[in-house]
Design a protein around this ligand. Structure first.
Ligand code: ASP
Length: 439
């Protein structure tokens, strides 16, 4: 049995946090492959090492003196090394980094040093082998991670090792130039490692005990989610629920490896299990609620639209031509509405309107802004009658006007459009009816 354990920045921000991580790893012999992030914030106003590296490199690139900033970064690591009482020197590493910064080796290289150095410390602390991610994670010329080559190389390298530390967040192009994933990308590295070694579980350790049913900024102390499927998670993540990088599920999903989100500061909590499929009923009919503000609805009317072949395609082409992606497209008999992000659409709206007229010849176009979309997600909805009814009566009682409803045929989620002003009230009403009242 093998477990991959990934630790986020706050779990590795100080020597004290490192010690907690050490205890977690030593508590379970199966925790043999470790993926660390760079040191994160030690306190609220602190700066993540990754951000310090970006700032430092900006100075280097502008030809300015960056030594003070680099020394601050070095001090962050030294504090950890001293606190762990390790006989380890990063002197040579920092000389190389300084030289490479002067040679303008790129901001990807700069940012990746956060994980790289933390990986070296972690490997020394645990007595595990250090494997540089630049040697096992491959990016193609389009800047995309090449999943198959990476899987092969990673497997070849790790197969022979009992235990290893693989720094998160970066890999390299074929010529060895370092390339990072997008921010928060160490989650992806953990998933790639788990796939390559065919781990039994991918444990992702962070500073919360898993996913919550709703956003704690809106709901006071919402309950946690015990088990969620990959599909449900996609729906919630798309609507803004974030604990895990949204690309992190793909490598493990291919192999059916579950992800367990855990809390380094509360290691006894079970956290959230993200699984391919389960017969376990979720505690409530719904698994989670998430949403976002700032959408715009473009309503297109045309008599007899339903019988005109290709109408929808022509309308969507108008958005495509202007580089705008659409979010939802609910339709009626003679109407079709396209939901888009308001900030993306705002500057191009008149161009899109004229393009729709040119391409699809509608009778009328009407634009309405300041919408919020809320996704109510749950595999339990499929087998429960009246879920939609309950949502809408709860919203009516809370005086929220529902402007749009979209239920996919998967019956996994219901998307509701309300005005931005009603967003929080709507989420509270839905949470109350399903969770607090336990219906
Ligand atoms: N250190 C990187 C960041 O701050 C990557 C990660 O933590 O996953 O985004």
């Amino acid at each position: 049995m093998k477990k991959v354990v990934k630790f986020g920045g706050s779990s590795l921000a100080s020597a004290e946090q490192f010690k907690k991580v050490g205890e977690i790893i030593r508590a379970d012999k199966e925790r043999r492959f470790v993926v660390p992030s760079a040191p994160g914030k030690r306190y609220i106003d602190d700066t993540k090492v990754t951000d310090m590296l970006y700032t430092c490199y900006d100075l280097a690139e502008a030809g300015k003196d960056f030594r003070v900033q680099l020394k601050e970064i070095k001090d962050r690591y030294q504090e950890i090394i001293d606190g762990l009482e390790l006989k380890l020197s990063l002197e040579e590493e920092f000389k190389t980094i300084e030289k490479n910064f002067k040679n303008k080796s790129g901001s990807n290289y700069a940012a990746s040093r956060g994980e790289y150095l933390n990986g070296i410390i972690m490997a020394a602390y645990l007595g595990f082998t250090f494997v540089d991610a630049a040697e096992v994670i491959y990016f193609d010329e389009n800047g995309e991670c090449d999943a198959e080559i990476t899987n092969q190389k990673m497997w070849e390298r790790l197969e022979k090792l009992d235990a290893a530390v693989i720094p998160g967040f970066y890999g390299a192009y074929a010529d060895g130039t370092v390339k990072t994933f997008s921010r928060g990308g160490s989650d992806i590295t953990g998933s790639i490692v788990a796939r390559a070694i065919k781990a039994n579980v991918y444990e992702n350790w962070t500073d919360v005990s898993g996913f919550l049913i709703a956003d704690p900024r809106i709901i006071f102390k919402p309950e946690g989610i015990e088990t969620i499927t990959y599909k449900e998670l996609r729906e919630l993540a798309y609507m803004g629920a974030s604990v895990l990088h949204e690309d992190a599920i793909f490598p493990v999903r291919r192999e059916g490896i579950p992800i367990n989100i855990r809390n380094t500061n509360a290691p006894d909590d079970n956290g959230t299990w993200i699984v391919e499929s389960t017969c376990q009923k979720s505690k409530y009919v719904i698994t989670g609620i998430a949403g976002k503000k700032g959408f715009c609805a473009v309503n297109i009317d045309k008599d007899m639209m339903n019988s005109e072949i290709g109408f929808g395609r022509k309308v969507l082409q108008a958005f495509e031509e202007n580089g705008i992606s659409f979010e939802h497209v609910p339709s009626g008999i003679d109407t079709m509405t396209v939901f888009v992000h308001q900030d993306e659409f705002m500057h191009k709206e008149q161009r899109v309107v004229s393009a729709i007229h040119r391409l699809a010849d509608p009778d009328r176009i009407d634009i309405e802004g300041d919408f919020a979309l809320i996704a109510v997600v749950g595999r339990g909805m499929k087998s429960t009658r009246g879920t939609a009814g309950r949502i809408f009566s709860a919203l009516a009682h809370a005086n929220v006007n529902v402007k749009m409803i979209d239920q996919g045929s998967s019956e996994l989620n219901i998307i509701i459009g309300v005005s931005n002003a009603d967003f929080e009230t709507a989420i509270k009403a839905i949470y109350d009816i399903f969770v607090l009242m336990q219906i």
